[in-house]
Design a protein around this ligand. Sequence first.
Ligand code: PLP
Length: 265
Amino acid sequence: MSSTSTALTIAGSDPSGGAGLQADLKTFQQLGVYGMSVVTLVTVQNTQGVLQVEVLSPELMSAQLQCVLSDIPPLAIKTGALGNALVVTELARQLEGYAGPLVVDPVIVSKHGHLLASEDVIEAYKEQLLPKATLVTPNRFEVERITGVELTDELSILHALKELHRFCPGYVLMKFGELDGQSLHILSSPQRLDSQQELRKISQPRLAAPNTHGTGCILSAAICAKFALGETEVETAVRFGIDRTYEAILGNTALGQGIHPAETR
Ligand code: PLP
């Protein structure tokens, strides 16, 4: 039997290589994990923005998935952009027999505000996929969309996480973004929220990098890779993922024309 660590990403394509399955595969490779990818949707984009998104049929996604799973079993799986409710529902059905770590990055809105999924995807996530996840990694806009709670202060964040845990029995890592010069992540589990009633914050000094496109993908892929390497503690895998993402931003290659700060939200 091979001792190679294997991980699978089920995600969308970013032809410019900064986000999506391309970022996931590069991350797996860098961390010594053999990466596989099932394509869910194709974007037309570069560092300046997304011009077009086309979602593949659930049948085509499912055929790729079955073909890979029947041959090379992944030790961990992550999902990225899935596009619509049909794909989410079919994927959840296909993962019924999978018992390994599952990291779900519920890509609905990119951090620059581009919509990467149709509205119907939210219900499908809540009903079908989030209940299966070991860890869910939404950004703040996705938390707002999924829960309907506007994040204005700590109390609203606590409320939103409680709401989210109605669908997520596993962990949630909220990528909050910038707050008071820090880059903030919040890690929660239903047990922790019940017993402590306080937020578990992980913050780092915010780096003034112009191009952070795809860092959400890198984060969930690095966490997935850590699981594939045998880590069983979610908090350890999360810290590892945050550290690797920080390093990726530090080593950021200034490729492409990027987005002018005034155009981002
Ligand atoms: N997946 C794909 C295919 C994308 O195109 C994007 C963003 O454009 C993302 C995921 C999410 O990227 P980010 O981590 O910048 O939010």
